[in-house]
Design a protein around this ligand. Structure first.
Ligand code: UT7
Length: 325
C-alpha cells in the first residue's frame, strides 16, 4: 500500500518581459509616482520582476511550467490524474484556471480545480494533493502556483506596485513507498481580511468596489514573521524532526527582511535559504515553486535533501510543508 507522496519533477516559467527597479521607477515617474531602486532594494531585496503581456493568462504561464515539470518527472500528461492550480489571478471568474490548463495540456477526465489561499496557495495545494494521494484518490498529481499579479496592481500606489511580479512554478507529485512529504501545517485567520485584499467583485455586469490590491505592509510584515516560525516548528514537530534536519528553507518570496528573520528564528544560516525574490519579486502562489525549481535546476537542491516550504499571505493564511526531495 502506498503511504506517501513524493515530488518527482519540477518546472517553472517567467514571462519574457523583465522589469528592473530602474525601469519601473522610470515608468512610475511618468505617472508622477516617486520611487527608486535604492528604496526597493533596501526595504525588500527586490531588484527585478517579470510582467506578462496583456493577452497572457495564469493558465498560459501554468502550461509552460507544467510541461517542464512533466518532462523532468518523465511523466506523460495523459497519465496525470489530478490537477490543482493555486492562484488568486485566474483567467476568468469561472471555470477554474486548472480546467483551462487541463485542456491546454491536451488531457481530459481527471479532477482539476483551483485553490485560493493567496501567497499560501502552493503549500495549501501541495497538502491537498498529498492527502488525495495518501487516500488513493490520485497517484500522479500536477500541483502548480501561477499568477499574473500585474493585473491587480495599482500603479499609482508605490507602497504595493513595486513588490509583485508574474510567473508560475509546478511540481509533479507521485505516489511513493518512501517519503516524500513528511508533514504539513496549515492555518487561516479571517479576521485579517482587510490587511491584504483585492476588495472588488463582479456583479450585474459591472466591477463593484476596487479591483486593485490593498495592503497594510507593516501589519503584514509583523504577522508574517511570527506565523512563519510557528508553522515551521509545528511541521517539524509533526515529523519528529528539528531545525538541524532542514537542508533548505524555501520561504514565500515577499521580502528578504522577512526571510532573514525567519531563518534566524529557525537558527538557519542564509546559505540554507533559497532566495529568488531579488529576481522575481513577490509572485504570490507561484513564488515557492518558482524558487524550488530554480534551486533544483541550479544544482543546489539534490535528491534526498530535506526541504521546508513556507507560505504566508492574504486571508490571512499561512502554512508549511516539510518534505524529503
Ligand atoms: O505576499 C504577502 C506578504 N506580503 C508581505 O510580506 C509584505 C510585507 N511588508 C513589507 O514587505 C514591507 O512592510 C514593505 C516593503 C511593504 C514596506 O516596507 P517598510 O519598511 O515597512 O516601509 P514603510 O511602509 O514603513 O514606509 C517607509 C517610508 C514611507 O515614507 P515616510 O512615511 O516615512 O515618509 C513610505 O511612504 O517609505 C515610503 N515608501 C516608499 N518610498 C519609495 C513606501 N513605498 C515606497 C516606494 N518608494 N516604493
Amino acid at each position: 500500500m502506498t503511504t506517501y507522496s513524493r515530488i518527482t519533477g519540477t518546472g517553472s516559467y517567467l514571462p519574457p518581459r523583465r522589469v528592473t527597479n530602474a525601469d519601473l521607477a522610470a515608468e512610475l515617474a511618468a505617472r508622477g509616482v516617486e520611487t527608486s531602486d535604492q528604496w526597493i532594494v533596501e526595504r525588500t531585496g527586490i531588484r527585478a520582476r517579470h510582467f506578462a503581456a496583456p493577452d497572457v493568462t495564469a493558465s498560459d504561464l501554468a502550461a509552460h511550467a507544467s510541461r517542464q515539470a512533466l518532462e523532468a518527472a518523465g511523466v506523460a500528461a495523459k497519465d496525470i490524474d489530478l490537477i490543482i492550480v493555486a492562484t488568486s489571478t485566474p483567467d476568468m471568474v469561472f471555470p477554474s484556471a486548472a480546467c483551462i490548463l487541463q485542456a491546454k495540456l491536451g488531457i481530459a477526465g481527471c479532477p482539476a480545480f483551483d485553490v485560493q489561499a493567496v501567497c499560501s496557495g502552493f503549500v495549501y495545494a501541495l497538502t491537498i494533493a498529498d492527502s488525495m494521494i495518501k487516500t488513493g484518490a490520485a497517484s500522479k498529481a500536477l500541483v502548480i502556483g501561477a499568477e499574473v499579479f500585474s493585473r491587480i496592481l495599482d500603479f499609482n500606489d508605490r507602497t504595493t506596485c513595486v513588490l509583485f511580479g508574474d510567473g508560475a512554478g509546478a511540481v509533479v507529485l507521485e505516489a511513493s513507498d518512501t517519503p516524500g512529504i513528511l508533514s504539513s501545517d496549515l492555518h487561516a485567520d479571517g479576521k485579517h481580511v482587510g490587511m491584504l485584499c483585492v476588495p472588488g467583485t463582479v456583479s450585474g455586469g459591472k466591477v463593484l468596489g476596487d479591483p486593485l490590491l490593498k495592503m497594510d505592509g507593516q501589519a503584514v510584515f509583523k504577522l508574517a514573521v511570527g506565523v512563519l516560525e510557528d508553522a515551521a516548528r509545528a511541521a517539524l514537530a509533526k515529523a519528529g524532526k528539528t531545525d538541524a534536519d532542514i537542508d533548505w528553507l524555501i520561504p514565500h518570496q515577499a521580502n528578504i527582511r522577512i526571510m532573514t528573520s525567519t531563518a534566524k528564528k529557525l537558527k538557519l544560516p542564509m546559505e540554507k535559504v533559497v532566495v529568488t525574490v531579488d529576481q522575481h519579486g513577490n509572485t504570490s502562489a507561484a513564488s515557492i515553486p518558482l524558487a524550488l525549481d530554480s534551486a533544483v535546476r541550479s544544482g543546489k537542491i539534490r535528491k534526498g535533501d530535506t526541504l521546508m516550504l513556507e507560505g504566508v499571505g492574504g486571508g490571512f493564511t499561512w502554512g508549511a510543508v516539510l518534505l524529503d526531495f
